[in-house]
Design a protein around this ligand. Sequence first.
Ligand SMILES: [Fe+2]
Length: 353
Amino acid sequence: MTNNVSRISDLKILFVEDDGFLQKTISDYLRKRGMKVHTASNSMEAIELLSTEPVDLILTDIIMPGMDGIDLLRYVKKRMPDLPVIIITSSREIHYSIEALRANANDYILKPIPMEELATRIALTFMKAEAQKREKVQHFRMVEKVMEKDKGVEETFLRSIRSFINAIEARDRYTKGHSLRVSDLVTRMLKKLGINSDLAANIILASQLHDIGKMGVSDNILNKHSGLSNDEFHTMKTHPEVGYFILKPILSDEGLKGILHHHERWDGEGYPMNLSGNEIPLSARIINLADSYDAMVSDRNYRRSLNLEQAIYEIERCKGAQFDPHLVPAFVEVLRERPRREKEIPSIRAVEA
Ligand SMILES: [Fe+2]
């Protein structure tokens, strides 16, 4: 709309017609009805006029010298899809009406047509186009609102995840920062392997929460300074399954598998299900590498932490036993490329589960 058209008679029309007599007769009538009518004798003239003169509706003939009315319709709809275009023609050839329909003409009028009816069709077409425009704006607003709501839900979800991590680390004083360091390594590893989108997002979430099941382990076992008894070790080994059940309502399948199987070993000697090789889900094999590395470079009660080269030596030594031999080379590359963050973080003591 050029401005606030309060009455149909205020409409600005561009009338494109090469027949001088018809052009004058019809535009005179529309002007008498109060409409402001610009005229053009061909499509190029119309396009030129449109570049300087905004209009509310175009009324165009089809058969004209040079570019025909259907091409003008296509040109306008590509650049100004909301501007209504009425085709008015004396041609009875069906292919014109089909092409006009395909090119989104707002109305198709056959000449001759009584002037009164033409004015009514213009008014109706304009009102319909305005209603569609309003509907489109409302639709966009609705989509925007839904997107805002979705964003809010996502933020709440991520805040809940952070709370879970805080809850794990508040109970286990030796693992402060462990979850985030593991997820940082997992993120780099996924990037290195070219895994992205939803799958990567789920594996990263799982890596942040892989030890949440330790919430089900008592404080005296979790923070024990000396070695664990068989029973205590058995209790500690339940944490992947406990974590799986805690997160079942909110994590995807791949994320849940990453948590349940993050202590499986490539040779089948891990827990809880003694899976081996490719039976172990990819998410779990990646988390296991990152989790084990972070444990190696953290101080323990019974030994000092390993440095980067010692940890890499250990990971390569355990290739095919604890770790997936196909993933180890990429993981070592990630470690070598990675900023030496462990040097920047105060010495961390961790309890190996
Ligand atoms: Fe664990």
